[in-house]
Design a protein around this ligand. Structure first.
Ligand SMILES: [Zn+2]
Length: 149
């Protein structure tokens, strides 16, 4: 059993959209992003609760532990916020481009090809309308190199 076998490669965006369909993929991404937002809000509250009484703590060690825990929670809040923004930006940017020019249907697409232009970190996807076979191109960018959504 190797490490590579225990960690199957994540499906690409094109594979995900082609497998479950654009609309379900979009719904799933929105749910996922708001899940991260919820986690961020929760850890923010925990961080604030931990900070409360840090300076009034009778034992020094307890105050230190509370301070460390609150920093960990704030770090999770920041991370969850970035995930939330990234997933939402990609999902919304793609959803604005999935209306077929020819038959005006929304989200009835299959992805034919997906490319990454390294110099601008721009992802291009060639997609086709499932109803009228019209073909067009979508594009979205991620700020970080090798970032996965
Ligand atoms: Zn069409």
């Amino acid at each position: 059993m190797t490490f590579a076998m225990s960690q199957p490669p994540k499906a690409t965006l094109a594979e995900q959209i082609n497998t479950i369909g654009f609309r379900r993929w979009h719904e799933y991404e929105l749910t996922r992003s708001f899940g991260y937002l919820g986690l961020g809000v929760l850890t923010l509250f925990v961080a604030l609760a931990m900070l409360e009484g840090v300076f009034a703590a009778p034992v020094r060690l307890e105050g230190g532990i509370r301070l460390i825990l609150s920093f960990v929670c704030l770090w999770i809040t920041g991370w969850a916020w970035l995930r939330f923004m990234k997933i939402l930006v990609v999902a919304e940017s793609i959803s604005r481009q999935v209306v077929c020019d020819q038959c005006k249907r929304y989200g009835l697409i299959r992805i034919i090809r997906e490319d990454l232009k390294q110099e601008h970190l721009e992802h291009h996807m060639v997609c086709q309308c499932k109803k009228c076979d019209h073909i067009w191109q979508l594009a979205y960018t991620l700020q970080l190199p090798n970032a996965r959504v």
